[in-house]
Structure formats: C-alpha cells, structure tokens
Ligand binder design. Sequence first.
Ligand code: PLP
Length: 397
Amino acid sequence: MENIIQSIREGGYASAKARQFTESVIREMSRIAAAHNAINLAQGFPDFPAPEAIKQAAIKAVNEDNNQYAITWGTKGLRDAIAAKVERDYGVVIDPERQLTVCCGATEGMIATLLATVNPGDEVIIFEPFYENYGADVILCGAIPKYVSLTPPEFNFNREELIAAFSDKTKAIIINTPNNPTGKVFNREELELIAELCIKHDVLAINDEIYEHILYDNTEHIPLWTLPGMADRTIAVNSVSKTFSVTGWRIGYVQASAEITASVRKVHDFLTVGAAAPLQVAAAEAFNFGADYYAELAGFYSERRDYLLNALEKVGFKCVRPQGAYYIMADITPFGWDDDVAFAKYLTSEIGVAVVPGSSFFRPESTAGKTLIRFCFCKKFETLTAAADRLAKLIVK
Ligand code: PLP
C-alpha cells in the first residue's frame, strides 16, 4: 500500500500519455488566485450574473423534474434550437437529427471529436499560441501535434509554414476563431487557404467557435464550414459557456456531417452518457436569443476591452488589441521580467491580480511565451478597476 502511495506521489502510476502534459495552468491559476485572495483575471469566466431568463428556465426545468438522463446526444428541444440558431445566424440549414451532438461543454466536444476521428500516429495541426486543452487532447488520442506559429502583432501565420505543416500523416487541423489567447479573428483569405489545403490533403478541420459572438471593431466571424467544399469536412465545436455567460453549466455541442456525427455520438455516449438534462432545457431558451443579444454582448465586452487595454498600456504593458474573444496578451519585458511563470506568481501573491503565464499557450519546449501573460476582461467594471488600481503599483524598468 505504502509503495503504491509513494509511487503515485512520484507519478509512477501515471500512464505514458498522462506524463506528456501537465495539469492545466489556467485552472491552477484560479486555485492560486483564491489562495491569495487575488483578483482573478486568469481563467475566462464572468463574475457577473447570467441572463435572468435562462436562470429561470433552469430552475423551472429542475422543478418540473427534468432531472433524469436526457437522450444521449441531446434533447430534441435543444438540438432543434441549435439548428434554428445556425440557420438564423449563418443561413445554413442543418439536420438536428443527424448533425448535432450535445456535449459537456466545448471541452468534451473537442476531445470527443478527436477521439472519434483521429488514429494514434496521425498528425493534428494546431496554431500556436493555442488554447491549452488542444495539446493534451491530441496527446490523449495518441496523435502528434504539429504547430504553426501565429506571430504578433497581427498573429498572422506564415503561408509557407502552414503549407509545410500538411503531410501525408495529417488527419485534422484545429482552428479557434475568434482566438484564445490572442484575440485574433481569422479572415476570409486565411480561411480560404486553410480550406484549400484541407481539401487538397483530405484533412478534417475542427473549428472551435466558442467566441463566435464576441467580436470587436466590425470584425466578422466566418465559420469555416460555410466555405465551398468544407461543409462535410469541418466539425464545429461550440458551447453556451461564453455567449451566455454560463461556463459552469457545461453544455456544448458538435456540429458535423451525419457520418462524422455518428462516430462522435458513439464516443460521447461512452465518455459522459450525456450533458445535464435540466440545463439542456434552459440552453434551448438561450439559443433563442438573437442578434440584439449578440450586439449587446459585443458592446459590453468592447467597453471592457478598451478599459483594460488602456489601463495596462498606462502602467507600461505592451499589448495586442484583440479583435475578438475576451483576453489580452501582454508583453512583460518593460518591467524587466523575462520569466512569465515567476511574474504571474509575483502578480498574484504581491500585487493581488492573477493572470495566466504565456508559456501555457505554447508547446513545452518553446520559449516564445516566456515574456507574455494573458489577462481576461470578462469581469464587472468594479473588478477591472480594482485590478487596474493594484497593477498601477508596477514600475517600468
Ligand atoms: N475552447 C476555447 C477556445 C476556450 O477558450 C474555452 C474556455 O475558455 C473552451 C473551449 C472551453 O469551453 P467549454 O466551457 O464549453 O467547455
């Protein structure tokens, strides 16, 4: 017994796959923030109330005893509401019976999609910096991540580098637009090149669109699956977490061709059986919100982006202005630091503001994130102003 405990402490019973990645730094920063009573600008979740109508819908669903397993791939009501939303937002008709799988957040949607489509030894292209989960997801499938750099200040990729990343082992490419952590929104020209390469090399595209409605400065979100030839080879992963400010509900969905959906549904069934039944009823209400709600949401976050950007630049951070999502990547070198992890710890414990170290958005061997940290601004104004007051103590070297 003692041997097993000792071995667990040393990671001796961790599988070869589990040894290849660390726990999530983003989520760890929330725990550290709580331990230091720091303002949490690390993990991307709102600190303000969710829309009243959907909270009431959730309470009603529980009270009306929607408390047992829902149909594995999602209630008909929710899938119908998602299909109606897709048609309303993008003018595309999808079949809710054969093309949608409701999952436990986009998180499960991504891993279920990869497990359903990728074989051990396949290569999966990931743009770097990337949302932390993607690297671990690909490794859990036994596949090999191939990285393509997004270079500041625009976070554009190099055309030749992308072309070279496609090989005869490439099975899929993950795109996240609007992008976490960079705020980049992929434009039509970039998406057309990705589409051309996917078609040429017979590669699947997995499009994480969780920030689709969090857009600034008249930027347009173009779903990859609306491009010619991409409808059947693109899998869209989406969620209620960010659009409706309910990250704790854990309701997301995968939209794909009927053939891919059949495979995703099998994996999803054995991974989770299904997402929370009463919250699926409430999520169906949320997907009925339309353009006015999206415009209000974007305006709400645009004000917060401008405020935090201004505050950070005034203190001395060098930042990239995000076009979408709710994060700001900031360069820490003006303060004389070149170790993102040490700086993030200092900010949390000494200044009282928690952020995410930049290196967690890059492959382990990369040094590109060492001079970066990520702030999130999906917070009440009073939270952001309190954080700005604390950050004002920083001194440029
Ligand atoms: N995808 C991206 C790009 C994210 O930033 C996040 C959360 O921050 C997720 C997925 C997780 O989504 P969900 O809450 O739906 O699991």
